[in-house]
Design a protein around this ligand. Structure first.
Ligand SMILES: Cc1ncc(COP(=O)(O)O)c(C=O)c1O
Length: 483
């Protein structure tokens, strides 16, 4: 067997690229949301692995016939659920290159280019976002690519925890308090769980529609004062720019000031909306990021970089390293011992790491910042268009102020029967998603079940948005007529 024969790679690679190109060409023909039932695949595949080799064509036939029906097509132009998870030719080629080189860049010596390119590309992106210089790798800080925003928040939470515990002693872990809002992504709760933060010491501060679901500085200040008075130790605040439910933006500057004056680590989660901040007109959403200790955005969401690529920057890399470094004999080397290099294994949970900077580098180089800005603007314009359509139909209501490319909306129940509002919207969601023509998701805002329409798939054009709205209107008419 020759598992990595260059000529076979060339032949199969061409065949695979053709298959993938055809997939993208025909992607609109698939139902966006997979319509299969749980367990469908077990009935279609054999019980055990083949003893003898099969042909690539046989495998691709199975992908077409058995796998693709069970795929929800995130790259479909009619995918409007959750937040987008972009792919692009540049991102795809970067992934391909990364898979080809297939090195494991845990420390600088294990593949110097992987570490150095990651540092450079994250400096580029930091500059495009106009992050403060302290986040650049040329100072005490720097950027690192994590797999997901969840890993990013976990590692900074661990760094913040250990920084405080070094000062107050390990036994005080039960006194550490983290602050979030009721709109903060659930990954923060998970990070607290893993980090040993007492569940009772997670302050989930309430937001409401009067602040457009943003966290107000006053309740934070009050909660911190109360906790200090009770002998507890505030240590971590997570603010969000572009919350998952409704893309609310927390006031970074005011929250950051409170954090700083109380010695609290301030993390900014801009997983989705961070990408928009490369546009000068949207950069103001992260004003105040200069107060943050760490900042995160997912290039794999809305920045054309294939999953996974979550960019995290910290101002003080030593805090991360002190928390996460290990130094086993088998990894010792001159460059690391002499402190000449960055070893990214000490900035993340796993040891092994992929050459992910290649795809971000490809995206930045093959598109350039101007085109990337235009890409973001186009989605925001399409979302604005959708929002206008919702407003023009008196049966609907826009349920939260739109800032980026997400529109939250609500089908109003009849005045005489308002209590069926949640069910009506739930039914509308099911009705449109089961058509296979589009896929949207939902959230709950101010105790109401509302629908989310997130524009952001790379292939989405105005005609897709208009068609989606037509389907929504049609299904809404059916539901209202049958009440
Ligand atoms: C605001 C926000 N933070 C964090 C996350 C988690 O992202 P990941 O899947 O990269 O962990 C999401 C996911 O949508 C998000 O919207």
């Amino acid at each position: 067997m020759k598992p990595m024969d260059a000529e076979q790679l060339r032949e199969y690679g061409h065949q695979m690229v053709d298959f993938i190109a055809d997939y993208y060409k025909n992607i609109e023909n698939f139902p966006v949301l997979s319509q299969v039932q749980p367990g469908y695949l077990r009935q279609l595949l054999p019980d055990s692995a083949p003893t003898h080799p099969e042909s690539l064509q046989d495998v691709l036939d199975d992908v077409q016939a058995k796998i693709l029906p069970g795929v929800t097509h995130w790259q479909s132009p009619e995918f409007f659920a959750y937040f987008p998870s972009n792919s692009s030719v540049a991102g795809f080629l970067g992934e391909m290159l990364s898979a080809s080189i297939n090195m494991v860049g845990f420390s600088w010596i294990s593949s110097p280019a992987a570490t150095e390119l990651e540092m450079i590309v994250l400096d580029w992106l930091a500059k495009a976002l106009k992050l403060p210089d302290e986040f650049l790798s040329t100072g005490q800080g720097g950027g690192v690519i994590q797999g997901t925003a969840s890993e990013a928040v976990l590692v900074v939470l661990l760094a913040a925890r250990d920084k405080v515990l070094r000062r107050v002693g390990k036994d005080a872990i039960g006194k550490l308090v983290a602050y979030i809002s009721d709109q903060t992504h659930s990954s923060l709760q998970k990070a607290c769980k893993i980090g040993g933060i007492h569940p009772e010491n997670i302050r989930v501060l309430k937001t409401n529609s009067s602040t457009q679901f943003a966290l107000s500085p006053e309740p934070l200040s009050e909660a911190i004062s109360q906790d200090i008075a009770s002998g507890l130790i505030p240590f971590f605040l997570c603010a969000t720019v572009g919350t998952t439910s409704s893309t609310a933006v927390d006031p970074l500057f005011a929250l950051g000031k409170i954090s700083k004056s109380n010695g609290v680590w301030f993390h900014v989660d801009a997983a989705y909306a961070g990408s928009a901040c490369i546009c000068p007109e949207f950069r103001h959403y992260i004003d105040g990021v200069e107060e943050a200790d760490s900042f995160n955005m997912n290039a794999h969401k809305w920045f054309l970089t294939n999953f996974d690529c979550s960019a995290l920057w910290v101002k003080d890399r030593s805090a991360l390293i002190q928390s996460l470094s290990t130094n086993p004999e088998y990894l010792k080397n001159k460059a690391s011992q002499e402190n000449l290099v960055v070893d990214y294994k000490d900035w993340q949970i796993p040891l092994g790491r992929r050459f992910r900077s290649l795809k971000l580098w490809m995206v930045l180089r093959l598109y350039g910042l101007e085109k990337l800005q235009a890409y973001i603007r186009n989605h925001i314009e399409l979302a604005t268009k959708f929002e206008e359509l919702v407003r023009l139909d008196s049966r609907f209501e826009v349920a939260a102020a739109r800032k980026f490319s997400l529109v939250c909306f609500y089908l109003l129940p009849p005045k005489s029967n308002e209590e069926i509002g949640d069910k009506l919207n739930h039914d509308l969601l099911d009705a449109v998603n089961s058509t296979g023509k589009l896929f949207i998701s939902h959230t709950v805002l101010s105790n109401r079940y509302v629908l989310r329409f997130a524009v952001g798939a790379p292939l989405t054009e105005e005609r897709h948005v208009l068609a989606a709205w037509e389907t929504l209107q049609e299904k809404a008419s059916d539901l209202l007529m049958n009440l």
